[in-house]
Design a protein around this ligand. Sequence first.
Ligand SMILES: [Zn+2]
Length: 289
Amino acid sequence: MRDVMIGAFEVTALNDGVVFYETSRVLPTATSDQIRHGLHESGLSDPFPMCYNAFLIDTGEMLVLIDTGSGGKLDDQPEYHGAGHLMANLRAAGYEPEQVDEVYITHRGPDHIGGLTIGHERAFPNAIVCAPKSEFDPFLDPGKAAELLAEVHHDEEYRAWIQFIVDLFEPYIRAGNFRSIDSDVRLAPGIRALATHGHTPGHTSYVVQSQGQTLIIMGDLVLMSALQFANPSLGSSFDVDAEAAAEQRLRVFRMAAENDYWVAGSHLPFPAIGHIRAERDRFFWVPAD
Ligand SMILES: [Zn+2]
């Protein structure tokens, strides 16, 4: 874990795991020149290590967790194998899951929501879970979910995926601890949602502000920092709408660089908190310390 003060708020990066990826699998439109240059500049080789991170905000009044890691689920799949360390790292940072007051979800990636439950129980038994409406409502409204499941009855993989999502949120909904949130809504004193749709239909970032300092937790706007700061238009194979995702990436990069905001990202190299600098015609990632 690693923490940074944003005004009076303490923000702790919690690593959930590291998974190795071929660059061309993550950024299929990157040229071999871009890949060679990006890896060289960052001292990486292919396949490169992608960190999976979540962030804990201690406002002094409440504890807010942004995303939950994979929970060790889907460990038989290469994308999630070896993840699931968030809970251990939360405890190592001196917190218990019972202390978490609110959980805000950036999007539907299993490495972001898998940690919501342990078995069929809530992993954060006292927390209210907030998730973007446009991302989850089609799955979490029982009527709509049934309709969707019937529509894709022939596609077992897709059905399993819908069921995976439903099972993660169901214990919170049953307990009355789930809120579906609108875009750009204020959630807690000093924390608001910022719609950055594209990577997924309802992908949402969170803006944290205290005593004149600002942090944007930008979720999956960057999958590979070694190439996407220099080339923000490079889309990822994991983007649902790569063009919209690229627009949001550029928007947040500019916002952060112009205003000297802190930035955190789910897949930036741990501790995944730092600043974005704009120089000449490109951006640079400047990690904290
Ligand atoms: Zn992700």
